[in-house]
Design a protein around this ligand. Structure first.
Ligand SMILES: [Fe+2]
Ligand SMILES: [Fe+2]
Length: 205
């Protein structure tokens, strides 16, 4: 299992960035967020799941706020035009348009002074997965896919949700397999970091 991310708020500082505190404690989006009403509701449901799981894991208050903030903020730029987001990540390799909102949001948060690398990585890779995600990052990958507002395969998703956070690794295998299968069925490329993420998950089986 990956590290829990305990105390990893930016190496050494117990203080939370005001944007992270506002998101995780008050459910507030940054003023630069570009997302419609339905997407805000999705983000709020993901944040609620993240908060639930963090509490069930017995994480300290600071980490519970971080987990909720990651949930609320992960899609903060989802409704922006990809062409407007690509310049934000032009130094970080190639990001296909459907996934660029994650790294773009992380880049925007970094520009605002957020230094919590585990949280930035979680947001950047919430769609693709990444072998270096910590427990929070993997939980975000799961919460985004398992939140109760998603209608397709609702029973299957509910079953996986009920097993969380205890059956984290099992859920990760099932969700990653479903997401990768969906790419394959549509004959879409599998991002390299997703292939590496799958290999990391396989090591735990
Ligand atoms: Fe997303
Ligand atoms: Fe999402």
């Amino acid at each position: 299992m990956a590290a829990t991310g305990k105390g990893s708020t930016g190496r050494g500082s117990p203080k939370l960035h005001p944007l992270i505190r506002a998101a995780g404690k008050k459910g507030q989006f940054p003023e630069w967020a570009v997302l419609g009403k339905a997407r805000r509701a999705h983000a709020a449901r993901v944040a609620a799941l993240m908060g639930e799981w963090a509490a069930a894991l017995g994480l300290e208050k600071l980490d519970r706020i971080r987990w909720k903030a990651a949930g609320l903020l992960h899609d903060a730029l989802k409704d922006a035009r990809p062409a407007a987001l690509q310049p934000l990540v032009s130094d970080e390799g190639t990001w296909p348009d459907p996934v660029v909102h994650g790294p773009a949001c992380a880049a925007r948060l970094r520009a605002e002074g957020v230094t919590d690398e585990a949280l930035l990585r979680a947001i950047a890779h919430h769609t693709t997965g990444h072998p270096d995600l910590d427990r929070m990052g993997e939980a975000l990958y799961l919460a985004d896919y398992l939140e109760p507002g998603r209608r397709s395969q609702a029973k299957w998703r509910a079953t996986l949700r009920r097993g969380m956070p205890g059956d984290h690794d099992e859920a990760l295998v099932d969700v990653a397999a479903a997401k990768i299968s969906s790419l394959l069925k549509r004959r879409l490329p599998i991002p390299e970091m997703t292939v590496q993420f799958w290999a990391e998950i396989q090591r735990r089986l």
